[in-house]
Each structure stands twice: as C-alpha cells, then as structure tokens.
Design a protein around this ligand. Structure first.
Ligand SMILES: Cc1ncc(COP(=O)(O)O)c(C=O)c1O
Length: 377
C-alpha cells in the first residue's frame, strides 16, 4: 500500500525554529479542505453541518460557518458550550444521546443561548428530555438516530426505527425534526465497497424518513455523516444534510480510500529526532502523549512520516516514538533533525494538544487554542 502513497511535502520551512512535539496546521490545505467540502455539499444540494470533534477549535468552526455551513455537530455538551461561547455558533446538533439530569440541565441552559437539536435513540432518554422541557415550558428538536449498518447506536432502519419514532413523536415538548445516521461502517470497509455501502445507508435512511412521514411524523432533515462516505451518501435523493468531520484535516486512515495523499493532510505532529541508538532505529519526541494510539488500516505503525513512506513508527511509549528505518543511510534522522508525522487518526490526536500552530508558506503565523479539547462530559 505504501508504494502507492506519495511521500508528500513538509509544511514547515526547515529554517522555522520550533519547540517540539507540536501540532502544526497548514493554513492553505485547511482552507482548501473546507472550501472543497462546502463546494461539494452545495453541488449536491445538501446542507453541511460539520462535526467539530475533529478540530475542537472555535477559529476553525468560524471558518466552516463563513464558508457556508448551516451549523455544527458536537458529540459532547462541553464541546457545544465552548462553541456557543467562543465561536458564536447559533445552531448546534448534539449527535449523541443526552442521558442524566446534570446533562439535561446543561442542555436547557444552552437552549437559552442557541438553537439546539439532540439525537435520541431510546424512549427512556426521549422521555426524560420530554419531561424536562415540558417542566421548563420549552420545546426541543430531536433527530432520531438510525442504525444503517454501523451497529453502534440507533434502532435499525425501517420498522424498528419507525416504531421508536412514533412512540417518541407522541411525547409532549419534543418534536422529531430529522433522522440521522453515522455510516462509519462504509468508511471502515474495503475501498471498493465504500460507495455501495454508503449509498445503501443513505437509501435506508431516506426510506425510514418516508415511513415516519407516512405515519404522520413530519421529518424534514435527513442527515448522514462521515468523511470516507462523503462523496456518496449525500448524493442519494432525499438526503438533506451531511456531517463530515475528519475532512477538515484528513489523516493517515484516509489514504486507504485512495482519494488523497499526504498533501491533503493539513495537520501534522512536528517532532524532533532525539536519539539514534542504532543505524536502523531513531527515536522521535512524539510518543503517546502526542500521537493517539489508533492503528491505521493503510500504513504500518503509529503515523506516516512525511518524505519517508517506508519508515515505520513501530512503537510508542509516553515520550518516545521508535522509528524503524528502511535503510541505514536514510537521510533526515540525525539527532536534532525534525520530521512531520501525519497521525493515524487525527480526532483523538487533536484532543491531546492545547494549541494548533498555524503555518503559512512554511512559517508559523499564529497559535489557535484547542478550546474544546478534553470536554468529555
Ligand atoms: C455521529 C457522527 N457524525 C459524524 C461523524 C464524522 O465522521 P468523520 O470523522 O468520518 O468525518 C462522526 C465521527 O465519528 C460521528 O460519530
């Protein structure tokens, strides 16, 4: 697989001095990724509601909204609180079940500031929300989460989702305005199966929305979302919204789909070679405190080192990345040399860093806080 992946270019100028490890983001690639996904959404006539779990950055959320996003998607109320406060976002979907009184109280408080929609997939959670909003004299918009094959949350598309949707629609104070699915199973499958699985997921969701409408539940939004499936699922007639997240940076996992290589990966860990214990082994200062542990289906090891497609970050401990070199005279691995690593999975890697160092034409021009990192509640 690696032979088909171009080596890529570093985004940092070699002369740019930096303390490492640090997450650097190329402004040009970031803008290109945002513009292209928005252009695609416009071209197929669906709304873009990006998932901010990837960047957790108010600045980047603002860029997405300025490009035309209708609102954002969050997994956590804590992320939504940051985005409402620091990015001025007015329309937020929590694509995750809200369960428990402390969370319901935080949701009610957010509803005073911005338009909130919440995903539900059980009658228990919907009933608790209904009771709370009725007590507060409010109305809450819901998306019914539907399982189209990922087998994570959600009742199965079709009759199961219909039965739950009808029961929730009968509750006071809440209204099902949409159905949503995360067709992550499509992206996790072999590259030549993604399109079919993504389209099947989209069709199943559209059919479920139709069943609900025929049963008198006036569903208007049909929301799909994941980056690998993004060229396919939103093209299904009846889909009205897409929620990709990873596209904003892209990552090593994305190489698997063959649609892009390192030069579309905006975010990299800049790391320094701190030891060269043997000719075939170098140590970089990016360990598990800098790189998330997720494996990659497209490249061996813990990340892709720009310019060195055959070097492998074979092991990581907290502070050490152990790089096995393809040849003993591989250039660029002397003590003090700097490398750029594309993480296997960018979303949890961003969650490890306080700041993004923004790079333009090879130079760091700004530092943006990752304000919504660590918001696990
Ligand atoms: C519910 C939901 N929607 C959208 C996304 C975005 O998917 P991706 O990161 O592939 O763009 C995710 C990612 O985990 C998700 O869980």
């Amino acid at each position: 697989m690696t032979a088909t992946i171009a080596a890529g270019h570093t985004i940092l100028d070699p002369g740019q001095v930096l303390d490492t490890p640090v997450m650097v983001v190329d402004e040009g690639i970031l803008h290109q990724n945002i513009a292209e996904m928005q252009g695609f959404a416009n071209s197929v006539g669906v709304n873009l509601r990006p998932h901010i779990k990837t960047h957790k950055s108010p600045q980047i959320a603002r860029l997405q909204l300025q490009a035309g996003a209708v609102g954002i998607t969050c997994a956590k109320l804590g992320e939504a609180e940051v985005m409402a406060r620091e990015a001025g976002v007015q329309d937020i979907l929590i694509a995750y079940p809200i369960v428990g009184q402390p969370k319901i109280e935080r949701l009610l408080s957010l509803m005073d500031q911005v338009h909130m929609t919440v995903a539900v997939d059980t009658l228990d959670a919907a009933t608790a929300l209904s009771n709370a909003v009725v007590r507060a004299g409010r109305t809450l918009d819901l998306y019914l989460e539907v399982n189209t094959g990922q087998d994570r949350a959600g009742q199965r598309a079709g009759e199961e989702a219909l039965a739950l949707g009808k029961a929730i629609a009968a509750l006071p104070g809440v209204r099902i305005v949409g159905v949503m699915t995360h067709e992550g199973h499509a992206g996790a499958s072999e590259p030549d199966l993604i399109a079919d699985k993504a389209k099947a997921a989209g069709l199943a969701l559209v059919e479920t929305a139709d069943l609900l409408r025929r049963a008198g539940v006036p569903v208007t939004t049909v929301s799909v979302g994941s980056t690998p499936s993004s060229p396919f699922t939103p093209t299904i007639p009846g889909v009205t919204e897409m929620r990709p997240g990873t596209y904003v940076f892209n990552d090593n996992t994305g190489f698997r789909h063959g649609r892009m290589g390192p030069d579309r990966c905006a975010a990299r860990i800049a790391a320094t070679v701190v030891s060269r214990p043997s000719p075939d082994r170098a140590i970089i200062d990016a360990g598990s405190k800098a790189l998330a542990m997720d494996p990659s289906p497209s490249h061996p090891g813990h990340g892709f080192i720009i310019g060195h497609p055959d070097a492998t970050i074979a092991r990581i401990s907290e502070e050490h990345g152990v790089v096995l070199l393809p040849t003993e005279d591989e250039p660029g691995f002397s003590v003090g040399d700097r490398v750029e690593v594309i993480p296997n999975h960018i979303c949890p890697t961003i969650n490890l860093t306080d700041e993004l160092f923004i790079v333009r034409d090879g130079k760091v021009i700004d530092r943006w806080p990752v304000s919504a990192r660590g918001k696990v509640r």
